[in-house]
Design a protein around this ligand. Structure first.
Ligand SMILES: C[S@@+](CC[C@H](N)C(=O)[O-])C[C@H]1O[C@@H](n2cnc3c(N)ncnc32)[C@H](O)[C@@H]1O
Ligand code: SF4
Length: 447
C-alpha cells in the first residue's frame, strides 16, 4: 500500500541542507468543489498473502499454504467492495490500489472481478489510475501482462535494494536481476506509470553505496520512486536480530545524510519531490496516494484494510475511521454473513479530522493550500489558526515553515524536520478545535 502506514516512515533528522525551496507547484489532484469530497472516494484493496516473511515487515500478511481459496477470497472482495461503496453512497471511485501482502500473487481474474464490481456500484472514470503492488519475482513478472489486460495501468514494484547480499539479509525472495527485468517489463506495458520502492538506512549500508545504488536505479527506473527509511518494527525478525546484536543499523546522522543525498540526486535527474518519501518526473505522481494526503475519502476492502469515509447509507453524517477484520479466514466468514468484515469504526470528531488533514497535508511539498484547508475548516482559516502563535512564528522565522498566499507548507529544509514541526502545529489546532469533554465514539462490530 500505501496502507497508510507504508509511507509514514521518516525519523526526524536534524541535518541542515544548503538553502533551497520548492519553487514550482506540483500539479496533483485539484481541490474538491462543493460536496465532491462526500461524493467521491478512492478504493484500497488488501491482498493478505505472501510467499514468505521478509525480515523487516510487520504488515498484515499471512503465508499462503495453498492457492485453493482464490475463488472464495475473490467473491468476498467483490461482495465487500459493493457493500462498502453502497454504505458510503459515493457516486464515483477516483482511483484503485491493490496492495498487500503480495497482490501480484492474486490471479489476474481477481483484479478484473473487483474492478467489475466497482463499476456496477459507482462510476469509474475511463483511464482511472489502477495500481498493483508487484513483488519482482519471476512469477510476478510473468503475470504483468495479464494484470495489465485485467485493468491495471500502474505498477508499484518493491525492489527495495539492488544489492543481492542485502536482499538476502532482508529475506527477500528475488534477486537484483529479477528486479531489473520486472521494471523493464512493467515499463514496456505501462510507460510512465511504473513506480519502484527502495529502502535506505539498511544494516551495513553506507552513504556511498546508497549513492551508487541510486545511480543504478536511475538508469533503469521509470518516472516514479518511493524511498522509505527502513524501520525496525517490533515483532519482526529484524527487531530480534538488532536486539541480540546480530545486526547493526546505521545511526540517525547517516540515514539523514542518505535522505538528503537522495533528494539532491533525484532532483538532478529531473525528479520533483512531491511528498516526504515520493518523487516523480513528468508529473507521474500517484493520484491514489495523493488522495490520502489531501484528506479525501477512501474505502478499504480486504483483511485489515483501513478506510475513511462517511457511511451515509447507515444514516451516519460524520467521517469514520474503519478497519476490517485482520485474519483472512475470519474476515471471509464475516463478509459471507454480513456483506462486510468491518471490525472497528471510530467516528472522527471535527477536531480529529482536522488533525488528520494537517498531519497528512504537511507531508506534501505543496503543503496545505487555503482552499484545501477551507474544505475541512470553513470557520477558521490558516492565518487565523497558525498566524499569531509565537511558536509557529519561530518556525516561520527559522525558514522551516512557510505561511503565505498559497497556504501552509514546509520549506525544503523543513520537510526533513516534519516530525519535530508537527507537535507545534497540532498544539495550535488543539487550542482552537479540541472538544471540552471526551465522549466515547468507538464501536466494535460483533462477529
Ligand atoms: C506494504 S509493502 C508491500 C509491497 C510488496 N509486498 C513488497 O514487499 O514489495 C510496501 C512497501 O513498504 C515498504 N516497507 C515495508 N516494511 C517497511 C519497513 N519496516 N520500513 C520501511 N519500509 C517498509 C517497502 O518498501 C515495501 O515495498
Ligand atoms: S513480500 Fe512485502 S508484504 Fe510480504 S512480507 Fe515481504 S515486505 Fe511484507
Amino acid at each position: 500500500m500505501f496502507c497508510l502506514g507504508t509511507s509514514l516512515r521518516l525519523v526526524p533528522v536534524c541535518v541542515r541542507a544548503f538553502p533551497r525551496c520548492f519553487s514550482s507547484i506540483i500539479p496533483g489532484l485539484d481541490e474538491p468543489i462543493g460536496d465532491e469530497i462526500q461524493r467521491t472516494a478512492s478504493l484500497y484493496v488488501h491482498w493478505p498473502y505472501c510467499l514468505r516473511r521478509c525480515s523487516y515487515c510487520n504488515f498484515n500478511k499471512y503465508i499462503s499454504r495453498s492457492s485453493n481459496n482464490n475463488d472464495s477470497i475473490t467473491e468476498c472482495l467483490q461482495k465487500e467492495t459493493q457493500t462498502l461503496i453502497r454504505l458510503s453512497q459515493v457516486s464515483c471511485i477516483t482511483s484503485v490500489f491493490f496492495g498487500g501482502g503480495t497482490p501480484s500473487l492474486a490471479h489476474p481474474s481477481t483484479i478484473a472481478a473487483v474492478l467489475e464490481s466497482i463499476s456496477q456500484q459507482a462510476h469509474i472514470p475511463h483511464n482511472v489510475e489502477v495500481t498493483l503492488e508487484v513483488n519482482p519475482t519471476p512469477l510476478g513478472r510473468s503475470k504483468l501482462e495479464d494484470f495489465y489486460h485485467a485493468g491495471v495501468n500502474r505498477f508499484s514494484i518493491g525492489i527495495q535494494t539492488l544489492n543481492d547480499e542485502d536482499l538476502c539479509v532482508l529475506a527477500r525472495d528475488h534477486s537484483s536481476h529479477d528486479a531489473l527485468r520486472t521494471v523493464e517489463e512493467a515499463s514496456r506495458l505501462c510507460p510512465g506509470r511504473v513506480s519502484v520502492d527502495l529502502m535506505f538506512g539498511r544494516p551495513l549500508q553506507t552513504a556511498h553505496s546508497w549513492d551508487r545504488e541510486l545511480k543504478e536505479v536511475l538508469q533503469v527506473c521509470d518516472d516514479h520512486l518511493s524511498l522509505y527509511q527502513l524501520t525496525v518494527e517490533r515483532g519482526t525478525q529484524l527487531f530480534k536480530q538488532v536486539q541480540q546484536g546480530e545486526v547493526t543499523m546505521p545511526g540517525d546522522e547517516i540515514t539523514a545524510d542518505m535522505y538528503e543525498r537522495a533528494r539532491a540526486l533525484l532532483h538532478q535527474h529531473g525528479f520533483q519531490q512531491y511528498e516526504v518519501s515520493n518523487f516523480a518526473r513528468r508529473n507521474a505522481v500517484s493520484h491514489h496516494n495523493l488522495s490520502y494526503w489531501k484528506g479525501r475519502q477512501y474505502i478499504g476492502v480486504g483483511p485489515g484494510a483501513h478506510g475513511r469515509f462517511v457511511p451515509l447509507g447507515e444514516g451516519v453524517v460524520c467521517r469514520e475511521a474503519r478497519t476490517q477484520t485482520l485474519e483472512p479466514e475470519v474476515w471471509m466468514c464475516e463478509v459471507q454473513k454480513k456483506g462486510h468484515g468491518t471490525r472497528r469504526r471510530i467516528q472522527l470528531r471535527p477536531y480529529e479530522l482536522i488533525e488528520e488533514v494537517l498531519v497528512m497535508g504537511m507531508r506534501m511539498t505543496n503543503g496545505i493550500t487555503h482552499k484545501h484547508w477551507q474544505c475541512f475548516s470553513p470557520h477558521f482559516n490558516l492565518h487565523h489558526v497558525f498566524g499569531s502563535s509565537p511558536s509557529v512564528q519561530g518556525l516561520l522565522q527559522s525558514g522551516n515553515l512557510v505561511l503565505d498566499e498559497r497556504g501552509l507548507r514546509c520549506s525544503y529544509e523543513g520537510l526533513s524536520l516534519l516530525d519535530s514541526i508537527l507537535p507545534t502545529l497540532l498544539l495550535e489546532i488543539e487550542q482552537i478545535y479540541a472538544p471540552k469533554q471526551k465522549d466515547n465514539h468507538i464501536f466494535y462490530n460483533s462477529r
